[in-house]
Write a protein that binds this ligand. Structure first.
Ligand SMILES: Cc1cc2nc3c(=O)[nH]c(=O)nc-3n(C[C@H](O)[C@H](O)[C@H](O)COP(=O)(O)OP(=O)(O)OC[C@H]3O[C@@H](n4cnc5c(N)ncnc54)[C@H](O)[C@@H]3O)c2cc1C
Length: 474
């Protein structure tokens, strides 16, 4: 759609904005509104989310009204939770953006080992309450990521994923507002196609107002981080290959090369120096764990070692992800194997002697239950991959540009081991749906899109999936 015609549609919608404001319980903001900046703010400060209007939904009815309003005016719709995922700016320009920050209700049902979470819930809202019943969700590494966006994109848990599978595999029911404004309760029985497609297709098919998720009986694990100095980098990566080669599904180990600048926001241990961060999580006895990870300790004296028995609610200590928004650009690749040649490429491009500007390069071990077919199949996950390599460069534009160039070169070097597709939750801004989904999966998603959103209303803040009858939005 041309900029001119979008402008005309927005002008027509503005005339009815007072009516929209009167109908919803949440706030409606336009770019001049003092609340607008907060509503469109994102974790990645390089995101430029500039919709025509924001509806800060407080209830599923607000979401329905917003979707009907946008559809009636021919405007695109997007949904934003925490903004942990960045998309190109044009994907939200001129759109109606539904934000879900206040829809954070969480209900734990110990009898059925499940959680029902609202659209805006963060993992920090779920883990503590679930632990009170001795249960844990398949959350990611960061407590501040949104449950719904994470789960619909696959959901790779660095503590429980290899043992139990993708978070998307453990969704019981989805309440979703589709493009016709209907609020549907979707299960594998009620609507198998939509249930399959939402887990992967996500915000292309509707706005989820709540999810019902499986919980697992986990209260503690053996885990934490080992921080090695730069000179151990090569030995650590080779020890890592050895450890993961025979790892049981209960063991998850990832490695991150950290290259933080000397700024006060960075913990003293990591400030202004290159470090190698080994992240460990094991769901068995301490003695077994110590034997399994021994090669990673044997490479030499670490700078710090926090690995030990810990409560599940300290999961965020394993990866120690940043909690404050920052400007960054990321790139990723899925690998079928981590060969010595692949390790050499990583060290050459972003290792301690490379002079690279990349801030974080992490290698996560997948496989285990993550490679097995789910009981309730979905469009999500990366089942043919054994490793995820993800790199991000944080900082001012010139640093980000230099680091991104290094990452692009590294990705080219890793092509021989690439699965050829990306893991949806770790895609860069430029990625498109065909980078994520296999052709048959994408074709099926397009047919579901055609059925539920033939006019491609849900085309903002996502990797757009085109209905079979038309092109994707970019
Ligand atoms: C520090 C950090 C750590 C991370 N760790 C992990 C990890 O361990 N494992 C992992 O798998 N991923 C991880 N991620 C990636 C993260 O899961 C994705 O970026 C995810 O998309 C974030 O979801 P969000 O809702 O928080 O973000 P948003 O940017 O708000 O949303 C992301 C996508 O989900 C859609 N969405 C959000 N809410 C809804 C809704 N109610 N209905 C329909 N669609 C919706 C949005 O439209 C958008 O397309 C991490 C990201 C960061 C920055």
């Amino acid at each position: 759609m041309s900029q001119e015609s979008t402008h005309t549609l927005i002008q027509q919608a503005i005339e009815e904005l007072e009516q929209l404001k009167a109908n919803v319980s949440g706030r409606v903001c336009t770019p001049g509104d003092p609340h607008y900046a907060r509503e469109v703010s994102a974790f990645n400060l390089r995101s430029q989310i500039r919709p025509a209007f924001v509806v800060a939904a407080e209830t599923p009815e607000d979401v329905q009204i917003a979707v009907r309003f946008a559809a009636a005016h021919g405007l695109a719709v997007g949904v934003l939770s925490t903004g942990h995922h960045a998309f190109p700016p044009q994907t939200s320009h001129g759109a109606v953006l539904v934000t879900t920050r206040t829809m954070r209700t969480v209900r734990i049902d110990a009898a059925t080992a499940s959680a029902r979470v609202g659209a805006g819930a963060l993992w920090s809202d779920v883990v503590g309450p679930a632990q009170r019943y001795g249960l844990a969700p398949l959350n990611g590494s960061s407590a501040g990521v949104g449950v719904v966006g994470y789960t619909l994109g696959g959901g790779l848990s660095p503590v429980l994923g290899r043992a139990y599978g993708w978070a998307a595999d453990h969704v019981r029911a989805i309440d979703v507002v589709t493009a016709d404004g209907e609020l549907r309760h979707v299960t594998a029985q009620s609507d198998p196609a939509l249930f399959w497609g939402l887990r992967g297709g996500g915000s292309n098919l509707g706005i989820v107002t709540s999810l019902e998720l499986d919980l697992f009986p986990v209260t503690t694990f053996y885990g934490g981080g080992i921080f090695h100095p730069a000179e151990h980098a090569e030995s650590v990566l080779h020890a890592y290959r050895q450890v993961v080669e025979n790892a049981p599904d209960e063991l998850t180990v990832s490695v991150a090369l950290l290259n933080f600048p000397p700024i006060p926001e960075v913990p003293e241990l990591l400030r202004g120096r290159f470090t190698v961060h080994v992240r460990v999580a094991y769901l068995g006895s301490d003695a077994e764990a110590e034997e399994l990870i021994a090669p990673l300790r044997a490479v030499g004296a670490p700078l710090a070692d926090t690995v030990g028995r810990r409560g599940y609610d300290t999961f965020a200590e394993v990866h120690q992800d940043p909690t404050e928004p920052a400007p960054y650009e990321d790139r990723s690749v899925l690998l079928t194997e981590l060969t010595p040649e692949a390790v050499a490429a990583v060290l050459e491009r972003v290792g301690p002697a490379s002079g690279s500007a990349v801030t974080v390069l992490e290698i996560r071990h997948l496989a285990g239950a993550l490679s097995r077919e789910a009981r309730l199949p979905s469009a999500a996950g990366a089942r043919d991959a054994a490793f995820l390599v993800w790199g991000a460069t944080v900082g001012p534009p010139e640093v980000v540009d230099a680091g991104t160039e290094d990452m692009n070169t590294l990705l080219k070097d890793l092509t021989p081991w690439s699965t050829g597709r990306l893991y949806q939750n770790f895609t860069s801004r430029e990625a498109v749906a065909s980078d994520v989904f296999a052709p048959d999966v994408l074709a099926r998603l397009q047919r579901i899109k055609q059925q539920y959103d033939p006019r491609n209303v849900f085309r903002a803040h996502n990797h757009n999936i085109a209905p079979t009858s038309g092109p994707a939005a970019r």
